[in-house]
Ligand binder design. Structure first.
Ligand code: URP
Ligand code: ZN
Ligand code: ZN
Length: 458
């Protein structure tokens, strides 16, 4: 073997086993005791997890003249240091844009620059014949999922367009990932708040309360039922939306849903921070009442939620978030999290008895790999899989701070929080890219990984 990882406890979604892992080239070649290798990594007392997958990140994302602060290199180095070896970003095309051009542009921004492997969700911002033709072409080239929006200028779709796109994605094996918030309700509530002079960041959650999200989730699940299409709900935040998703499942629909660490660990109280600090937490859908934490943790544990992604979308507080000083509606939406997801989920989930080790691996690696067509190449440890591995010290304590994290942004939403458990060594396709918390790989080491078509059985 080129490399043997010895004496670790291997954790996959299916099993926990003490064995060695043999790596040949880029692949796992053997899993058994007593392996030898040219290079030996001792994992005694440590877990060995599959490389984690973050299926929802926004690197180098433009909103007007602002660009999110992490690019494909800085963001993927941060991902690697946090144990994530594959990220899925999005094409950045808007209504009327050419989808093939959108893919070309995004590939040019990422190829040769990424430090971990990556894939792309298409963005479907209209439902013209041309877009549908291009969708079907791209589905055959490894673009196996697409984001659809019910809000945001230039992205939001009408119900008729959503129906057309759901039928088209169903036919070509592309999993639609939907941002569910009712655009008209947001517009009305925002205008009312601003009219009353309520401009501070703390009014952001009032402009997009839980029912705004739940209504859109309810509507899109019913639209999906009309055309018998599967569906993935992005960044689910609250019990109201979860109830609508569960109702659709009871009707027999295939509906999957992700949540994010910020909805499990932060709350609308964070908008009350002094001065303009609440702007750091302006993201959409917004942070909710703390009573949702238990609902979401239980849903993750019992399988009602399938995935934990980050929705990493960082903006500098000092120079970008401040754009909204006179109105919460002008604050660029999003927050950083690509590097902290795995340590937070391990510490707060496994460490506090809310998630089993296997379920932790399932929601942060295996389920995203399966849903987005990367499994079994990614998302598990098996003979023939990519040797993307995270050797994890369950006892290492780290105090999270923007000063020491690799994310390129001037704050951390979890500043000062202590996590127990941290990646020690991270391998990408057999190469060590993180050692003792230090990135030792290189930009360009990551590859585009095509997604296989979503196998939907009605
Ligand atoms: O506030 C957020 N989440 N910004 C990123 C774009 C999105 O809706 O996912
Ligand atoms: Zn979204
Ligand atoms: Zn997002």
């Amino acid at each position: 073997m080129d490399c043997a990882i010895k004496n670790g406890t291997i954790v996959t979604a299916e099993r926990i086993v003490k064995a060695d892992i043999g790596i040949q080239g880029e692949k796992v070649a053997a899993i058994e005791p007593g392996l030898k290798g040219d290079k030996i990594i001792d994992a005694s007392g440590l877990y060995v997890f599959p490389g984690f997958i973050d299926p929802h990140v926004h690197l180098l994302m433009a909103i007007g003249d602002l660009i999110s602060s992490d690019d494909f290199t800085t963001g993927t180095i941060a991902a690697a240091c946090g144990g994530t070896t594959t990220v899925i970003d999005f094409t950045e095309n808007y209504r009327g844009d050419d989808l093939l051009e959108g893919v070309k542009t995004r590939r040019a921004q990422a190829d040769g620059k990424v430090a971990v492997d990556y894939s792309l969700h298409l963005t479907l911002a209209d439902a013209t014949d041309k877009t549908l033709e291009q969708l079907s072409l791209l589905a055959q080239e490894g673009y196996a999922s697409a984001k659809l929006y019910t809000t945001y200028e230039g992205l939001r779709l009408q119900d008729g367009e959503i129906l057309r796109l759901l039928a088209a994605t169903r036919d070509c094996g592309v999993l639609p990932m939907i941002h569910t918030e009712n655009n008209d309700a947001i517009a009305y509530l925002t205008a009312e708040l601003l009219r009353q002079g309520k401009t501070a960041p703390k009014y952001h959650p009032m402009s997009r309360p839980p029912l705004v999200e739940a209504e859109a989730a309810n509507r899109v699940t019913i639209l999906a039922q009309l055309v018998n299409a599967p569906l993935y709900i992005a960044h689910l935040t609250c019990r109201e939306t979860l109830e609508r998703v569960q109702a659709a499942r009871q009707r027999g629909q295939k509906v999957y849903a992700e949540t994010c660490p910020q909805y499990l660990l932060l709350s609308q109280d964070d908008y009350e921070r002094p001065g303009f600090e609440g702007a750091k937490f302006v993201l959409s859908p917004p942070l909710r009442d703390k009573s949702n934490w238990g609902v979401l943790w239980s849903a993750l544990a019992d399988g009602a939620l399938q995935v934990v992604a980050t929705d990493h979308c960082p903006w500098y507080y000092e120079t970008q978030k401040v754009r909204g000083r006179d109105s919460f509606a002008k604050i660029p939406n999003g927050a950083p999290g690509i590097e902290t997801r795995v340590p937070l989920l391990f510490s707060e989930g496994v460490g506090k008895g809310r998630l089993s080790l296997q379920r932790f691996v399932e929601v942060c690696a295996t389920a995203p790999a399966r849903l987005f067509g990367l499994y079994p190449r990614k998302g598990t440890i098996a003979v023939g899989s990519d040797a993307d591995l995270v050797i994890y010290d369950p006892d290492k304590e780290v105090t999270l701070s923007y000063k020491t994290l690799h994310q390129r942004v001037d704050y951390c939403p979890y500043e000062g929080r202590v996590v127990r458990g941290y990646p020690r060594t991270v391998l990408l396709r057999g190469q060590v890219i993180v050692e003792d918390g230090h990135f030792i790989g290189y930009a360009g080491q990551g590859q585009f990984i095509p997604g296989k078509a979503f196998a939907f059985q009605s």
